[in-house]
Design a protein around this ligand. Structure first.
Ligand SMILES: C[S@@+](CC[C@H](N)C(=O)[O-])C[C@H]1O[C@@H](n2cnc3c(N)ncnc32)[C@H](O)[C@@H]1O
Length: 205
């Protein structure tokens, strides 16, 4: 991956994704998480302060060692047991049906094969389990989409393979999730091409 991908990028993500302005979105997406939780693309643990009391434990899946190191302070400050349990959302090292709920924030853009990651999440969720998602992707407006297609090659180079044009709801439904709730909006304080967010809950029937 090189020095930039291994050492610089996780720090850039820690700052960019840690802005105070996104805290209300993190709070919203974590609402309703419960029991045994799997979080893919755990990063530097920016969701940890928002885990509700109903969360019993979290299995964190994250390839970047530096992300995990940057999470230390947040992990010390929480009473929720969080264990680094895997490195790749596309191949989860868990038994089928072992989680009550799952969490993914701004991660489906980066995982090389998002469809495989979602099918893995469906496998490890119990029937009736829910995936709480907050993801940026293909914008609702054609003009913004044109910019997303133009900028995607640069975005992928600079941000570790991050795609701008993934259709979040389409990916979820294609993987067999049922959308229980979704809000699609442009993030405040972010350019529209990278801030077209989908926040919601998808049910694994
Ligand atoms: C934009 S960051 C978001 C981090 C975190 N979810 C957040 O909200 O702050 C995307 C994360 O996905 C991780 N990632 C990349 N490839 C992955 C994979 N195959 N499986 C799981 N996570 C992956 C990256 O290391 C990075 O931490």
């Amino acid at each position: 991956m090189g020095i930039y991908g291994e050492h610089v990028l996780p720090r850039v993500i820690n700052v960019a994704c840690g802005l105070k302005s996104v805290a209300p979105l993190r709070r919203r997406v974590c609402e309703g998480l419960e029991g045994n939780v799997v979080e893919i693309g755990f990063g530097s643990g920016l969701n940890v302060p928002f885990y509700p009391d109903s969360v019993e434990r979290v299995a964190a899946v994250e390839p970047a060692d530096v992300g995990w190191k940057l999470a230390e302070k947040r992990l010390r400050a929480t009473s929720v047991p969080v264990e680094r349990s895997g490195l790749d959302g596309q191949s989860l090292p868990f038994e089928t049906g072992s989680f009550d709920t799952a969490l993914s924030t701004w991660t489906l853009c980066t995982i090389p094969d998002a469809a495989t990651a979602l099918s893995e999440l469906r496998r490890v969720l119990k029937p009736g389990g829910t995936l709480h998602f907050l993801e940026h992707g293909l914008a609702p407006d054609e003009e913004v989409r044109r910019w997303q297609h133009r900028l995607e090659p640069v975005q992928k180079k600079l941000f570790g393979g991050c795609h701008l044009t993934r259709p979040v709801v389409g990916l979820l439904t294609a993987a067999g999730f049922e959308i229980a709730d979704v809000d699609i909006f442009y993030e405040d304080n972010a350019p529209k091409f990278v801030g077209a967010d989908s926040l919601g809950v998808a049910l694994s029937a």
